[in-house]
Ligand binder design. Sequence first.
Ligand code: NAD
Length: 265
Amino acid sequence: MDLGIKDKVALVTGAASGIGKETSRVLLEEGATVVMTDFDEERLRRTAQEMTKYEKLLYFPADIRSPESLGQLHEYVKKSIGTIDILVQNAGATGAQGLFHTLTDEDWLYTIEQNLHGPVRAVREFLPDLRANGWGRIIFISSENAVQPYDNELPYDSAKAGILSFSKGLSRSYAREGLLVNTVSPAFIETPMTDRLMEKRSAEKNMSLDEAVESFLDEERPHIELKRRGQVEEVAAVIAFLCSEKASFVNGANYRVDGGSVATL
Ligand code: NAD
Protein backbone atom coordinates (compact mmCIF):
# COMPACT_ATOMS: atom_id res chain seq x y z
CA MET A 1 0.00 0.00 0.00
CA ASP A 2 1.40 3.39 -1.00
CA LEU A 3 0.83 5.75 1.93
CA GLY A 4 1.06 8.80 -0.33
CA ILE A 5 3.65 10.64 1.78
CA LYS A 6 6.67 10.69 -0.55
CA ASP A 7 6.61 14.49 -0.78
CA LYS A 8 5.96 15.01 2.95
CA VAL A 9 8.32 15.98 5.76
CA ALA A 10 7.83 14.31 9.14
CA LEU A 11 9.30 15.30 12.49
CA VAL A 12 9.53 12.43 14.99
CA THR A 13 10.35 13.26 18.63
CA GLY A 14 11.96 10.65 20.88
CA ALA A 15 13.34 9.13 17.68
CA ALA A 16 16.60 7.73 19.05
CA SER A 17 14.95 4.67 20.51
CA GLY A 18 12.02 2.26 20.58
CA ILE A 19 8.75 3.28 18.92
CA GLY A 20 10.10 6.62 17.61
CA LYS A 21 13.08 4.98 15.95
CA GLU A 22 10.94 2.34 14.22
CA THR A 23 8.35 4.94 13.17
CA SER A 24 11.13 6.99 11.58
CA ARG A 25 12.35 3.92 9.71
CA VAL A 26 8.87 3.09 8.37
CA LEU A 27 8.22 6.68 7.23
CA LEU A 28 11.61 6.72 5.49
CA GLU A 29 10.77 3.40 3.79
CA GLU A 30 7.56 5.08 2.59
CA GLY A 31 9.65 7.78 0.95
CA ALA A 32 8.99 10.65 3.38
CA THR A 33 11.72 13.01 4.54
CA VAL A 34 12.16 12.44 8.27
CA VAL A 35 13.71 14.75 10.85
CA MET A 36 14.57 12.62 13.86
CA THR A 37 14.95 14.39 17.18
CA ASP A 38 15.67 13.32 20.75
CA PHE A 39 17.19 14.85 23.87
CA ASP A 40 19.70 12.02 24.13
CA GLU A 41 22.17 13.52 21.68
CA GLU A 42 24.62 10.64 21.68
CA ARG A 43 21.98 7.94 21.16
CA LEU A 44 20.34 10.04 18.43
CA ARG A 45 23.66 10.27 16.58
CA ARG A 46 24.25 6.51 16.93
CA THR A 47 20.73 5.72 15.70
CA ALA A 48 21.04 8.05 12.72
CA GLN A 49 24.40 6.50 11.87
CA GLU A 50 22.76 3.05 11.79
CA MET A 51 20.32 4.43 9.20
CA THR A 52 22.64 6.19 6.75
CA LYS A 53 21.17 4.22 3.84
CA TYR A 54 18.20 6.60 3.98
CA GLU A 55 19.14 9.73 2.09
CA LYS A 56 16.08 11.64 3.32
CA LEU A 57 16.98 11.30 7.00
CA LEU A 58 17.94 14.39 8.97
CA TYR A 59 18.52 14.66 12.71
CA PHE A 60 18.93 17.34 15.33
CA PRO A 61 18.80 17.06 19.13
CA ALA A 62 16.06 18.78 21.14
CA ASP A 63 14.36 18.51 24.51
CA ILE A 64 10.59 18.84 24.10
CA ARG A 65 10.38 20.41 27.59
CA SER A 66 12.42 23.41 26.48
CA PRO A 67 10.93 26.11 24.22
CA GLU A 68 14.48 27.34 23.53
CA SER A 69 15.66 23.90 22.43
CA LEU A 70 12.54 23.44 20.27
CA GLY A 71 13.22 26.85 18.72
CA GLN A 72 16.73 25.73 17.75
CA LEU A 73 15.29 22.57 16.21
CA HIS A 74 12.81 24.67 14.26
CA GLU A 75 15.61 26.91 12.96
CA TYR A 76 17.46 23.79 11.81
CA VAL A 77 14.32 22.51 10.03
CA LYS A 78 13.75 25.89 8.34
CA LYS A 79 17.32 26.06 7.06
CA SER A 80 17.63 22.45 5.95
CA ILE A 81 14.18 21.50 4.62
CA GLY A 82 11.65 24.33 5.06
CA THR A 83 8.51 23.27 6.90
CA ILE A 84 7.18 20.00 8.31
CA ASP A 85 3.86 18.37 7.34
CA ILE A 86 3.72 15.64 9.97
CA LEU A 87 4.51 15.74 13.71
CA VAL A 88 4.81 12.41 15.51
CA GLN A 89 4.90 13.55 19.14
CA ASN A 90 6.35 10.36 20.58
CA ALA A 91 8.93 11.49 23.19
CA GLY A 92 7.89 10.53 26.70
CA ALA A 93 9.00 8.64 29.79
CA THR A 94 7.33 6.69 32.59
CA GLY A 95 8.59 9.21 35.12
CA ALA A 96 7.98 8.89 38.83
CA GLN A 97 6.63 5.58 40.11
CA GLY A 98 5.23 4.60 43.49
CA LEU A 99 2.00 4.90 45.42
CA PHE A 100 0.61 8.42 45.77
CA HIS A 101 1.83 8.98 49.35
CA THR A 102 5.44 8.36 48.29
CA LEU A 103 5.48 10.95 45.47
CA THR A 104 6.67 14.55 45.75
CA ASP A 105 5.59 17.67 43.93
CA GLU A 106 8.85 17.44 41.90
CA ASP A 107 7.93 13.89 40.84
CA TRP A 108 4.59 15.15 39.53
CA LEU A 109 6.03 18.20 37.79
CA TYR A 110 8.80 16.20 36.12
CA THR A 111 6.41 13.55 34.79
CA ILE A 112 3.84 16.08 33.60
CA GLU A 113 6.56 18.13 31.84
CA GLN A 114 7.84 15.02 30.09
CA ASN A 115 4.49 13.65 28.99
CA LEU A 116 2.03 16.54 28.72
CA HIS A 117 3.61 19.98 28.79
CA GLY A 118 6.51 18.87 26.55
CA PRO A 119 4.07 17.68 23.86
CA VAL A 120 2.09 20.94 24.23
CA ARG A 121 5.30 22.91 23.62
CA ALA A 122 6.26 20.77 20.61
CA VAL A 123 2.86 21.42 19.03
CA ARG A 124 3.03 25.15 19.80
CA GLU A 125 6.44 25.43 18.11
CA PHE A 126 5.48 23.56 14.92
CA LEU A 127 1.78 24.41 14.53
CA PRO A 128 2.48 27.21 12.00
CA ASP A 129 4.30 24.68 9.78
CA LEU A 130 1.52 22.14 10.10
CA ARG A 131 -1.09 24.72 9.08
CA ALA A 132 0.97 26.22 6.29
CA ASN A 133 0.37 23.81 3.43
CA GLY A 134 -3.32 22.86 3.72
CA TRP A 135 -2.32 19.32 4.69
CA GLY A 136 -0.98 18.20 8.04
CA ARG A 137 -0.93 15.39 10.58
CA ILE A 138 -0.25 15.29 14.30
CA ILE A 139 0.02 11.90 15.96
CA PHE A 140 0.40 11.78 19.72
CA ILE A 141 1.53 8.70 21.62
CA SER A 142 -0.55 8.23 24.75
CA SER A 143 -0.80 4.92 26.61
CA GLU A 144 -3.21 2.33 27.91
CA ASN A 145 -2.56 4.10 31.26
CA ALA A 146 -4.70 7.03 30.08
CA VAL A 147 -7.94 5.07 30.37
CA GLN A 148 -6.81 2.22 32.63
CA PRO A 149 -4.73 3.95 35.32
CA TYR A 150 -2.26 1.93 37.38
CA ASP A 151 -1.92 3.18 40.95
CA ASN A 152 1.89 3.10 41.02
CA GLU A 153 2.14 5.40 37.97
CA LEU A 154 -0.39 8.14 38.75
CA PRO A 155 1.58 11.10 37.30
CA TYR A 156 2.13 9.19 34.04
CA ASP A 157 -1.52 8.02 33.98
CA SER A 158 -2.70 11.60 34.44
CA ALA A 159 -0.35 13.09 31.84
CA LYS A 160 -1.28 10.48 29.24
CA ALA A 161 -5.00 11.04 29.96
CA GLY A 162 -4.27 14.73 29.39
CA ILE A 163 -2.83 13.86 25.99
CA LEU A 164 -6.08 12.15 24.98
CA SER A 165 -8.06 15.26 25.86
CA PHE A 166 -5.54 17.63 24.29
CA SER A 167 -5.51 15.58 21.09
CA LYS A 168 -9.29 15.35 20.84
CA GLY A 169 -9.75 19.06 21.51
CA LEU A 170 -7.03 20.07 19.08
CA SER A 171 -8.53 17.86 16.37
CA ARG A 172 -11.54 20.21 16.29
CA SER A 173 -9.61 23.39 15.60
CA TYR A 174 -7.83 22.94 12.29
CA ALA A 175 -9.42 19.93 10.55
CA ARG A 176 -11.08 22.07 7.90
CA GLU A 177 -7.64 23.42 7.03
CA GLY A 178 -6.51 19.83 6.43
CA LEU A 179 -4.70 19.31 9.75
CA LEU A 180 -5.80 15.99 11.28
CA VAL A 181 -4.94 15.05 14.85
CA ASN A 182 -5.01 11.54 16.29
CA THR A 183 -3.54 9.46 19.10
CA VAL A 184 -2.06 5.99 19.34
CA SER A 185 -2.20 4.27 22.72
CA PRO A 186 0.17 1.33 23.08
CA ALA A 187 0.60 -1.13 25.95
CA PHE A 188 3.66 -3.10 27.00
CA ILE A 189 5.76 -2.79 23.86
CA GLU A 190 9.26 -4.29 23.82
CA THR A 191 11.44 -1.15 23.99
CA PRO A 192 14.18 0.15 26.31
CA MET A 193 11.35 1.75 28.34
CA THR A 194 9.73 -1.57 29.28
CA ASP A 195 13.14 -3.30 29.40
CA ARG A 196 14.00 -0.98 32.29
CA LEU A 197 10.74 -1.85 34.09
CA MET A 198 11.30 -5.58 33.57
CA GLU A 199 14.94 -5.39 34.74
CA LYS A 200 13.72 -3.73 37.94
CA ARG A 201 11.05 -6.40 38.41
CA SER A 202 13.49 -9.27 37.80
CA ALA A 203 15.89 -7.82 40.41
CA GLU A 204 13.11 -7.22 42.96
CA LYS A 205 11.59 -10.67 42.52
CA ASN A 206 14.88 -12.50 42.02
CA MET A 207 13.80 -14.03 38.71
CA SER A 208 15.05 -14.04 35.09
CA LEU A 209 13.99 -11.35 32.63
CA ASP A 210 11.73 -13.82 30.78
CA GLU A 211 10.11 -14.87 34.06
CA ALA A 212 9.62 -11.20 34.98
CA VAL A 213 7.82 -10.57 31.67
CA GLU A 214 5.68 -13.70 32.08
CA SER A 215 4.69 -12.89 35.66
CA PHE A 216 4.00 -9.25 34.72
CA LEU A 217 1.66 -10.42 31.96
CA ASP A 218 -0.13 -12.83 34.31
CA GLU A 219 -0.41 -10.52 37.30
CA GLU A 220 -0.49 -6.97 35.88
CA ARG A 221 -1.69 -7.19 32.25
CA PRO A 222 -4.18 -10.08 32.26
CA HIS A 223 -6.05 -8.83 29.20
CA ILE A 224 -3.10 -8.99 26.84
CA GLU A 225 -4.49 -12.31 25.65
CA LEU A 226 -1.59 -12.76 23.22
CA LYS A 227 0.61 -13.30 26.32
CA ARG A 228 3.59 -11.42 24.94
CA ARG A 229 5.01 -7.92 24.66
CA GLY A 230 4.06 -5.95 21.55
CA GLN A 231 6.74 -5.16 18.98
CA VAL A 232 7.70 -1.68 17.80
CA GLU A 233 6.80 -2.65 14.22
CA GLU A 234 3.23 -3.31 15.37
CA VAL A 235 2.91 0.24 16.73
CA ALA A 236 4.82 1.99 13.94
CA ALA A 237 2.50 0.47 11.31
CA VAL A 238 -0.52 2.17 12.89
CA ILE A 239 1.31 5.47 13.41
CA ALA A 240 2.43 5.45 9.76
CA PHE A 241 -1.14 4.82 8.60
CA LEU A 242 -2.37 7.81 10.63
CA CYS A 243 0.44 9.95 9.11
CA SER A 244 -0.72 9.03 5.65
CA GLU A 245 -3.07 10.19 2.95
CA LYS A 246 -5.00 6.93 3.53
CA ALA A 247 -6.20 8.24 6.92
CA SER A 248 -7.90 11.26 5.35
CA PHE A 249 -11.20 10.72 7.25
CA VAL A 250 -9.67 9.81 10.61
CA ASN A 251 -9.61 12.71 13.06
CA GLY A 252 -9.82 12.96 16.85
CA ALA A 253 -9.42 9.20 17.17
CA ASN A 254 -7.46 7.13 19.66
CA TYR A 255 -6.12 3.90 18.19
CA ARG A 256 -5.25 1.31 20.81
CA VAL A 257 -2.31 -0.93 19.95
CA ASP A 258 -2.39 -2.85 23.18
CA GLY A 259 -3.09 -6.52 22.47
CA GLY A 260 -6.44 -6.03 24.22
CA SER A 261 -4.93 -4.78 27.48
CA VAL A 262 -7.58 -2.11 28.07
CA ALA A 263 -10.47 -4.11 29.41
CA THR A 264 -13.29 -1.69 28.57
CA LEU A 265 -15.04 -1.09 25.24
P1 NAD B 1 11.99 4.65 24.78
O1 NAD B 1 12.49 5.01 26.13
O2 NAD B 1 12.57 3.50 24.05
O3 NAD B 1 12.10 5.93 23.80
C1 NAD B 1 11.70 7.21 24.20
C2 NAD B 1 12.67 8.21 23.61
O4 NAD B 1 12.21 9.52 23.98
C3 NAD B 1 14.09 8.06 24.17
O5 NAD B 1 15.02 7.98 23.11
C4 NAD B 1 14.28 9.30 25.02
O6 NAD B 1 15.64 9.78 25.01
C5 NAD B 1 13.33 10.29 24.35
N1 NAD B 1 12.89 11.37 25.24
C6 NAD B 1 12.39 11.23 26.48
N2 NAD B 1 12.11 12.45 26.99
C7 NAD B 1 12.42 13.36 26.04
C8 NAD B 1 12.36 14.77 25.97
N3 NAD B 1 11.94 15.49 27.01
N4 NAD B 1 12.73 15.38 24.83
C9 NAD B 1 13.17 14.66 23.77
N5 NAD B 1 13.29 13.31 23.79
C10 NAD B 1 12.91 12.68 24.91
O7 NAD B 1 10.41 4.48 24.95
P2 NAD B 1 9.27 3.91 23.99
O8 NAD B 1 8.74 2.72 24.65
O9 NAD B 1 9.70 3.84 22.58
O10 NAD B 1 8.20 5.07 24.19
C11 NAD B 1 7.80 5.97 23.19
C12 NAD B 1 6.47 6.59 23.58
O11 NAD B 1 5.49 5.56 23.68
C13 NAD B 1 6.47 7.32 24.92
O12 NAD B 1 5.68 8.48 24.82
C14 NAD B 1 5.83 6.33 25.85
O13 NAD B 1 5.22 6.95 26.96
C15 NAD B 1 4.82 5.67 24.93
N6 NAD B 1 4.37 4.34 25.36
C16 NAD B 1 5.23 3.28 25.38
C17 NAD B 1 4.76 2.04 25.80
C18 NAD B 1 5.64 0.82 25.85
O14 NAD B 1 5.15 -0.23 26.31
N7 NAD B 1 6.90 0.86 25.41
C19 NAD B 1 3.43 1.88 26.18
C20 NAD B 1 2.58 2.99 26.14
C21 NAD B 1 3.07 4.21 25.72
